[in-house]
Design a protein around this ligand. Sequence first.
Ligand code: PAF
Length: 323
Amino acid sequence: CACLFACLFLVCMLVTGLPLQASAAQISLAVVTKPGSAQYIAAAKFAELVKERSNGATTVKIFHSGALGTETEMLQQIQLGAVQMGIITLGPFDTFVPEVKVVAFPFLFKDHATVDRVLDGPVGQEILKTLESAGFKGLAFSENGFRHLTNSRQPVHTAMDAGGLKIRVMESTFHKELWRALGANPTPMGWPIYSELQQHTIDAQENPLWVLSVYKLYEVQKYLSLTGHVYSTHIDIANLGWFNSLPADQQTLIATAMHDAAIFQRAYNRSQEAANLEEMRANGMIVEEHPDLQSFRDRVAKLRDMDMYAAPATRALLDKILE
Ligand code: PAF
Protein backbone atom coordinates (compact mmCIF):
# COMPACT_ATOMS: atom_id res chain seq x y z
CA CYS A 1 0.00 0.00 0.00
CA ALA A 2 2.85 2.39 0.91
CA CYS A 3 4.56 1.38 -2.29
CA LEU A 4 1.44 2.07 -4.38
CA PHE A 5 1.08 5.46 -2.74
CA ALA A 6 4.74 6.19 -3.39
CA CYS A 7 4.34 5.33 -7.11
CA LEU A 8 1.18 7.43 -7.47
CA PHE A 9 2.89 10.29 -5.68
CA LEU A 10 5.90 10.05 -7.96
CA VAL A 11 3.82 9.95 -11.18
CA CYS A 12 1.66 12.82 -9.99
CA MET A 13 4.66 14.96 -9.08
CA LEU A 14 6.43 14.25 -12.34
CA VAL A 15 3.29 15.08 -14.38
CA THR A 16 2.48 18.30 -12.52
CA GLY A 17 6.13 19.18 -11.92
CA LEU A 18 5.03 20.89 -8.73
CA PRO A 19 7.93 20.17 -6.39
CA LEU A 20 10.49 21.18 -8.99
CA GLN A 21 9.32 24.79 -9.09
CA ALA A 22 12.19 27.12 -8.25
CA SER A 23 10.50 28.42 -5.14
CA ALA A 24 10.34 27.17 -1.63
CA ALA A 25 6.79 28.16 -0.67
CA GLN A 26 6.12 24.61 0.43
CA ILE A 27 8.91 22.08 0.74
CA SER A 28 8.25 18.34 0.77
CA LEU A 29 10.45 16.36 3.13
CA ALA A 30 10.49 12.58 3.60
CA VAL A 31 11.37 10.44 6.63
CA VAL A 32 10.65 6.72 6.85
CA THR A 33 9.94 6.64 10.59
CA LYS A 34 7.01 7.92 12.63
CA PRO A 35 6.38 10.91 14.94
CA GLY A 36 8.52 10.53 18.06
CA SER A 37 11.41 9.03 16.06
CA ALA A 38 14.86 10.61 15.81
CA GLN A 39 14.31 11.49 12.15
CA TYR A 40 10.89 12.98 12.76
CA ILE A 41 12.23 15.13 15.61
CA ALA A 42 14.89 16.57 13.27
CA ALA A 43 12.27 17.06 10.53
CA ALA A 44 9.81 18.80 12.85
CA LYS A 45 12.53 21.12 14.19
CA PHE A 46 13.58 21.96 10.62
CA ALA A 47 9.94 22.72 9.71
CA GLU A 48 9.56 24.93 12.78
CA LEU A 49 12.77 26.89 12.05
CA VAL A 50 11.97 27.37 8.36
CA LYS A 51 8.49 28.69 9.13
CA GLU A 52 9.75 30.98 11.88
CA ARG A 53 12.73 32.37 9.94
CA SER A 54 10.73 32.94 6.74
CA ASN A 55 7.93 34.64 8.71
CA GLY A 56 5.55 31.95 7.52
CA ALA A 57 6.35 32.41 3.80
CA THR A 58 7.85 28.92 3.55
CA THR A 59 6.41 25.80 5.14
CA VAL A 60 7.55 22.18 5.20
CA LYS A 61 5.27 19.21 4.60
CA ILE A 62 6.67 16.10 6.28
CA PHE A 63 5.87 12.72 4.68
CA HIS A 64 6.52 10.13 7.37
CA SER A 65 5.81 6.56 8.53
CA GLY A 66 6.76 4.99 5.21
CA ALA A 67 4.16 7.03 3.27
CA LEU A 68 6.67 7.29 0.42
CA GLY A 69 7.98 3.72 0.67
CA THR A 70 11.33 2.48 1.95
CA GLU A 71 14.37 4.69 2.38
CA THR A 72 15.80 3.33 -0.89
CA GLU A 73 12.56 4.37 -2.65
CA MET A 74 12.65 7.75 -0.93
CA LEU A 75 16.22 8.31 -2.16
CA GLN A 76 15.07 7.50 -5.71
CA GLN A 77 12.22 10.00 -5.41
CA ILE A 78 14.51 12.72 -4.09
CA GLN A 79 17.02 11.97 -6.84
CA LEU A 80 14.25 12.40 -9.43
CA GLY A 81 12.99 15.59 -7.78
CA ALA A 82 9.53 14.18 -7.01
CA VAL A 83 10.31 14.90 -3.36
CA GLN A 84 12.57 17.81 -2.51
CA MET A 85 14.20 16.83 0.75
CA GLY A 86 14.77 13.88 3.07
CA ILE A 87 16.35 12.82 6.34
CA ILE A 88 17.66 9.38 5.49
CA THR A 89 19.66 6.77 7.42
CA LEU A 90 23.17 6.36 6.05
CA GLY A 91 22.75 2.60 5.39
CA PRO A 92 20.75 2.74 2.13
CA PHE A 93 22.95 5.51 0.71
CA ASP A 94 25.79 3.19 -0.17
CA THR A 95 24.20 1.97 -3.42
CA PHE A 96 23.86 5.62 -4.52
CA VAL A 97 27.14 7.03 -3.19
CA PRO A 98 29.61 4.25 -2.26
CA GLU A 99 32.01 6.58 -0.40
CA VAL A 100 29.56 7.41 2.41
CA LYS A 101 29.78 3.95 3.95
CA VAL A 102 33.06 4.96 5.57
CA VAL A 103 31.03 6.63 8.36
CA ALA A 104 29.40 3.27 9.16
CA PHE A 105 32.71 1.42 9.44
CA PRO A 106 32.44 -0.72 12.58
CA PHE A 107 33.96 0.58 15.82
CA LEU A 108 35.21 3.71 14.05
CA PHE A 109 34.03 6.28 16.60
CA LYS A 110 34.73 5.85 20.29
CA ASP A 111 32.19 8.42 21.48
CA HIS A 112 29.85 11.24 20.48
CA ALA A 113 32.59 13.87 20.83
CA THR A 114 34.67 12.09 18.18
CA VAL A 115 31.62 11.76 15.93
CA ASP A 116 30.98 15.50 16.14
CA ARG A 117 34.62 16.35 15.51
CA VAL A 118 34.64 14.32 12.31
CA LEU A 119 31.17 15.06 10.95
CA ASP A 120 31.27 18.79 11.77
CA GLY A 121 34.81 19.17 10.41
CA PRO A 122 36.38 19.09 6.93
CA VAL A 123 35.85 15.31 6.49
CA GLY A 124 32.12 15.76 7.12
CA GLN A 125 32.05 18.51 4.49
CA GLU A 126 33.89 16.24 2.07
CA ILE A 127 31.36 13.45 2.66
CA LEU A 128 28.43 15.81 2.04
CA LYS A 129 30.11 16.93 -1.20
CA THR A 130 30.37 13.33 -2.49
CA LEU A 131 26.55 13.19 -2.53
CA GLU A 132 26.48 15.61 -5.45
CA SER A 133 27.67 12.84 -7.79
CA ALA A 134 24.25 11.21 -7.24
CA GLY A 135 22.19 14.41 -7.54
CA PHE A 136 21.84 15.16 -3.81
CA LYS A 137 22.73 18.31 -1.91
CA GLY A 138 24.12 17.18 1.45
CA LEU A 139 23.10 19.68 4.13
CA ALA A 140 23.75 18.22 7.57
CA PHE A 141 24.14 15.09 9.67
CA SER A 142 21.40 14.46 12.19
CA GLU A 143 21.67 11.43 14.43
CA ASN A 144 20.33 7.91 14.49
CA GLY A 145 22.83 6.71 17.12
CA PHE A 146 25.15 3.86 18.03
CA ARG A 147 23.61 0.59 16.86
CA HIS A 148 23.15 -2.30 19.31
CA LEU A 149 22.20 -5.91 18.68
CA THR A 150 18.91 -7.45 19.85
CA ASN A 151 17.51 -10.94 19.29
CA SER A 152 14.81 -13.33 20.45
CA ARG A 153 16.99 -16.43 20.82
CA GLN A 154 19.92 -16.14 23.21
CA PRO A 155 22.16 -13.79 25.16
CA VAL A 156 25.00 -12.52 22.97
CA HIS A 157 28.27 -11.92 24.80
CA THR A 158 30.85 -12.76 22.12
CA ALA A 159 30.68 -12.49 18.34
CA MET A 160 30.44 -16.27 18.29
CA ASP A 161 27.05 -16.04 20.04
CA ALA A 162 25.75 -13.96 17.13
CA GLY A 163 26.70 -16.74 14.69
CA GLY A 164 23.75 -18.17 12.79
CA LEU A 165 21.26 -15.51 13.89
CA LYS A 166 18.82 -14.57 11.15
CA ILE A 167 19.27 -10.83 11.30
CA ARG A 168 17.51 -8.02 9.47
CA VAL A 169 19.95 -5.46 8.09
CA MET A 170 19.34 -2.18 6.30
CA GLU A 171 19.16 -2.19 2.50
CA SER A 172 22.93 -1.88 2.24
CA THR A 173 25.58 -4.20 0.82
CA PHE A 174 28.01 -2.99 3.43
CA HIS A 175 25.75 -3.90 6.37
CA LYS A 176 25.10 -7.29 4.80
CA GLU A 177 28.84 -7.95 4.52
CA LEU A 178 29.37 -6.78 8.07
CA TRP A 179 26.93 -9.34 9.49
CA ARG A 180 28.27 -12.05 7.19
CA ALA A 181 31.71 -11.37 8.61
CA LEU A 182 30.22 -11.87 12.07
CA GLY A 183 28.88 -15.28 11.02
CA ALA A 184 25.20 -14.26 11.11
CA ASN A 185 22.63 -14.79 8.38
CA PRO A 186 21.69 -11.26 7.22
CA THR A 187 18.57 -10.29 5.23
CA PRO A 188 18.31 -6.71 3.91
CA MET A 189 14.85 -5.20 4.50
CA GLY A 190 13.29 -1.76 4.60
CA TRP A 191 11.65 -0.38 7.71
CA PRO A 192 9.54 -1.23 9.84
CA ILE A 193 10.16 -4.87 10.84
CA TYR A 194 7.96 -5.51 13.91
CA SER A 195 5.80 -8.21 12.29
CA GLU A 196 8.84 -10.04 10.84
CA LEU A 197 10.33 -10.20 14.36
CA GLN A 198 6.99 -11.21 15.85
CA GLN A 199 6.51 -14.00 13.33
CA HIS A 200 10.15 -15.11 13.73
CA THR A 201 10.90 -14.67 10.03
CA ILE A 202 13.98 -13.07 11.54
CA ASP A 203 15.54 -13.53 15.00
CA ALA A 204 17.50 -10.35 15.34
CA GLN A 205 17.96 -6.72 14.37
CA GLU A 206 20.37 -3.92 15.30
CA ASN A 207 19.47 -0.31 15.96
CA PRO A 208 19.95 2.54 18.43
CA LEU A 209 18.01 2.35 21.71
CA TRP A 210 15.37 4.94 20.76
CA VAL A 211 14.19 2.59 18.00
CA LEU A 212 13.45 -0.16 20.54
CA SER A 213 11.39 2.34 22.50
CA VAL A 214 9.45 4.09 19.70
CA TYR A 215 8.70 0.81 17.85
CA LYS A 216 8.17 -1.27 21.05
CA LEU A 217 10.64 -3.89 19.85
CA TYR A 218 11.06 -5.07 23.47
CA GLU A 219 7.73 -6.86 22.93
CA VAL A 220 9.32 -9.11 20.30
CA GLN A 221 13.02 -9.16 21.28
CA LYS A 222 14.29 -10.61 24.56
CA TYR A 223 18.06 -10.03 24.48
CA LEU A 224 19.88 -6.72 24.08
CA SER A 225 23.67 -6.51 23.76
CA LEU A 226 25.22 -3.06 23.95
CA THR A 227 27.56 -3.65 21.05
CA GLY A 228 27.55 -0.08 19.68
CA HIS A 229 29.18 -1.66 16.63
CA VAL A 230 28.30 1.08 14.13
CA TYR A 231 27.63 4.78 14.52
CA SER A 232 24.56 5.43 12.44
CA THR A 233 24.06 8.92 11.11
CA HIS A 234 21.19 10.36 9.11
CA ILE A 235 22.13 12.43 6.11
CA ASP A 236 19.86 15.44 5.63
CA ILE A 237 19.59 16.10 1.91
CA ALA A 238 17.83 17.97 -0.87
CA ASN A 239 17.49 17.36 -4.59
CA LEU A 240 20.59 19.10 -5.95
CA GLY A 241 18.94 20.67 -9.03
CA TRP A 242 16.04 22.02 -6.99
CA PHE A 243 18.30 23.38 -4.26
CA ASN A 244 20.62 25.10 -6.76
CA SER A 245 17.63 26.67 -8.55
CA LEU A 246 16.54 28.51 -5.38
CA PRO A 247 17.51 32.15 -4.76
CA ALA A 248 20.61 32.47 -2.56
CA ASP A 249 18.67 33.72 0.48
CA GLN A 250 16.38 30.66 0.42
CA GLN A 251 19.34 28.33 0.03
CA THR A 252 20.91 29.91 3.12
CA LEU A 253 17.64 29.72 5.04
CA ILE A 254 17.25 26.00 4.27
CA ALA A 255 20.90 25.09 4.88
CA THR A 256 21.15 26.90 8.21
CA ALA A 257 17.76 25.66 9.43
CA MET A 258 18.78 22.07 8.64
CA HIS A 259 22.15 22.51 10.34
CA ASP A 260 20.52 23.97 13.47
CA ALA A 261 17.81 21.27 13.50
CA ALA A 262 20.52 18.58 13.33
CA ILE A 263 22.46 20.08 16.25
CA PHE A 264 19.26 20.33 18.31
CA GLN A 265 18.22 16.77 17.47
CA ARG A 266 21.63 15.22 18.25
CA ALA A 267 21.55 16.73 21.74
CA TYR A 268 17.97 15.57 22.29
CA ASN A 269 18.76 12.05 21.04
CA ARG A 270 21.71 11.73 23.43
CA SER A 271 19.70 13.02 26.38
CA GLN A 272 17.22 10.14 25.95
CA GLU A 273 19.64 7.18 25.85
CA ALA A 274 19.81 6.36 29.57
CA ALA A 275 16.01 6.52 29.91
CA ASN A 276 15.60 4.33 26.81
CA LEU A 277 17.87 1.69 28.35
CA GLU A 278 15.94 1.74 31.63
CA GLU A 279 12.71 1.37 29.68
CA MET A 280 14.06 -1.78 27.99
CA ARG A 281 14.96 -3.29 31.36
CA ALA A 282 11.58 -2.34 32.81
CA ASN A 283 9.95 -4.11 29.88
CA GLY A 284 11.79 -7.34 30.59
CA MET A 285 14.70 -7.27 28.15
CA ILE A 286 17.84 -9.02 29.34
CA VAL A 287 20.69 -6.59 28.81
CA GLU A 288 24.29 -7.62 28.14
CA GLU A 289 25.97 -4.38 29.12
CA HIS A 290 29.57 -5.41 28.46
CA PRO A 291 29.78 -7.74 25.49
CA ASP A 292 33.25 -8.92 24.45
CA LEU A 293 33.75 -6.23 21.81
CA GLN A 294 37.23 -7.45 20.91
CA SER A 295 35.68 -10.65 19.54
CA PHE A 296 33.47 -8.48 17.28
CA ARG A 297 36.40 -6.28 16.25
CA ASP A 298 38.52 -9.30 15.32
CA ARG A 299 35.86 -10.61 12.97
CA VAL A 300 35.09 -7.36 11.19
CA ALA A 301 38.73 -6.24 10.76
CA LYS A 302 38.84 -7.98 7.36
CA LEU A 303 36.16 -5.64 5.96
CA ARG A 304 38.86 -3.02 5.44
CA ASP A 305 40.58 -5.22 2.88
CA MET A 306 37.44 -5.96 0.90
CA ASP A 307 36.89 -4.70 -2.66
CA MET A 308 34.25 -2.25 -1.55
CA TYR A 309 36.93 -0.30 0.32
CA ALA A 310 39.45 -0.49 -2.51
CA ALA A 311 38.19 2.53 -4.51
CA PRO A 312 40.75 5.30 -3.92
CA ALA A 313 38.14 7.93 -2.91
CA THR A 314 36.58 5.59 -0.33
CA ARG A 315 39.93 4.45 1.02
CA ALA A 316 41.18 8.04 1.31
CA LEU A 317 38.11 9.11 3.31
CA LEU A 318 38.35 6.14 5.65
CA ASP A 319 42.06 6.79 6.24
CA LYS A 320 41.34 10.45 7.03
CA ILE A 321 38.76 9.49 9.66
CA LEU A 322 41.06 6.87 11.16
CA GLU A 323 43.81 9.44 11.41
O1 PAF B 1 17.37 0.25 10.78
C1 PAF B 1 16.93 1.20 10.11
O2 PAF B 1 16.39 1.02 9.00
C2 PAF B 1 17.12 2.60 10.65
O3 PAF B 1 18.05 2.62 11.67
C3 PAF B 1 15.79 3.27 11.09
C4 PAF B 1 15.06 2.44 12.10
C5 PAF B 1 14.92 3.51 9.89
C6 PAF B 1 16.08 4.61 11.76
O4 PAF B 1 16.85 5.47 11.03
